[in-house]
Design a protein around this ligand. Structure first.
Ligand code: NAD
Length: 304
């Protein structure tokens, strides 16, 4: 296990298997490769790069457990070729991500986040903090899979109008009862007060939100990204925030993670920009659910 997980789940599986749990292994790939010489299972989060070369170092490997969803750090084709099962913890952190999206959207609409530093400095920016209510606003979901549907459920409870673009969810899918279906990404962007991204990172979604897409958004709209950093052209987003074309953004994921101090400076001085360190899907509760489900998945494959 090369990244952090819930200790109870580690303890439970340790009763039946020899377990090496070291959350720092992700940053020591050579040591990890050495440990994999005899390993039958590997458990990772999103940072460990499960490449064809790493699989070469793991001749006994039967299963890769993924503590979360999103398989962009795993060479799934190489796993398939080697007969290694890949098991994401589907569904176990949907609620955590959905709550991150809604909380971020509400803070951004209220212009509340940007006031923090001024309040500390003894300024009292009430005029600049005349925000907007969330109820009645249009939330545009790009991708309408598990997390987007959970986000839609919470958004509807707040009185938001939910719009979604996902050409892979058929028009007769019952889930569309909860969202207005858009067949064009551009049309969705133009109709949304808040746009939230819920697509996996693939060759076809890389920079899906580029300068042209951002230009299609409503003036002053907000962008929420708890999908993958590579889905957004970060330079274009920073430009749109600096020019005021967008009203705000919340980023949980970045084109290069973890951020270095130098890289992080690109976001300095931007008001109404919420930045979190890829914790959208990570809460005390979801960590327990994700860890438990991942271990169940791994043990099932090992005992097949
Ligand atoms: P999912 O597979 O249930 O849904 C993804 C949806 O995206 C699918 O319905 C698919 O049809 C759609 N899609 C794919 N390409 C598209 C495109 N070009 N345009 C529009 N739609 C497209 O996945 P999910 O469980 O909802 O998770 C979505 C992503 O969220 C994951 O792949 C992962 O990268 C990210 N994620 C981030 C965190 C976090 O902590 N920030 C946590 C969990 C998941």
């Amino acid at each position: 296990i090369s990244e952090f997980m819930d200790q109870d789940a580690v303890d439970a599986v340790s009763q039946r298997y020899e377990v090496v749990y070291d959350a720092g292994l992700v940053d020591r790939p050579e040591e990890l490769a050495g440990l994999l010489a005899e390993a039958r299972a590997l458990v990772v989060r999103n940072r460990t790069q499960v490449t064809a070369a790493l699989l070469e170092a793991a001749p006994q490997l039967k299963v890769v457990g993924r503590l979360g969803v999103g398989l962009d750090n795993i060479d799934t084709a190489a796993c398939k070729a080697r007969g290694v099962a890949v098991c994401p913890a589907t569904g176990a952190n949907d609620l955590a991500v959905a709550e991150w999206v809604i909380a971020s959207a509400m803070l951004l609409f209220r212009l509340a986040f940007s006031a923090r530093a001024q309040v500390i400095d003894g300024l009292w920016p009430r005029g600049a903090c005349m925000g907007r209510e969330t109820a009645g606003k249009a939330l545009g979901l790009v991708g309408f899979g598990n997390i987007a549907k959970e986000t839609a459920r919470l958004a509807r409870a707040l009185g938001m109008r939910v719009l979604a673009y996902d050409p892979y969810v058929p028009a007769d899918d019952p889930a569309w009862a909860g969202a207005q279906r858009f067949e064009s990404l551009t049309a969705l962007l133009a109709a949304s007060d808040a746009v939230s991204l819920h697509v996996p990172l693939t060759d076809s979604t890389r920079h899906l939100i580029d300068a042209a897409a951002i230009a299609a958004m409503k003036p002053g709209a907000i962008l929420l990204n708890a999908a993958r950093g590579g889905v957004v052209d970060e330079d274009a987003l920073v430009g749109a925030l600096r020019s005021g074309a967008l009203g705000g953004a919340a980023l949980d994921v970045y084109e290069h993670e973890p951020l270095t101090q130098e890289y992080g400076q690109r976001f300095a001085g931007l008001d109404n920009l919420i930045l979190t360190p890829h914790i959208g899907g990570v809460t005390v509760e979801s960590n327990e659910r994700v860890s438990k489900l991942t271990m169940e998945n791994v043990v099932r494959v090992l005992e097949e």
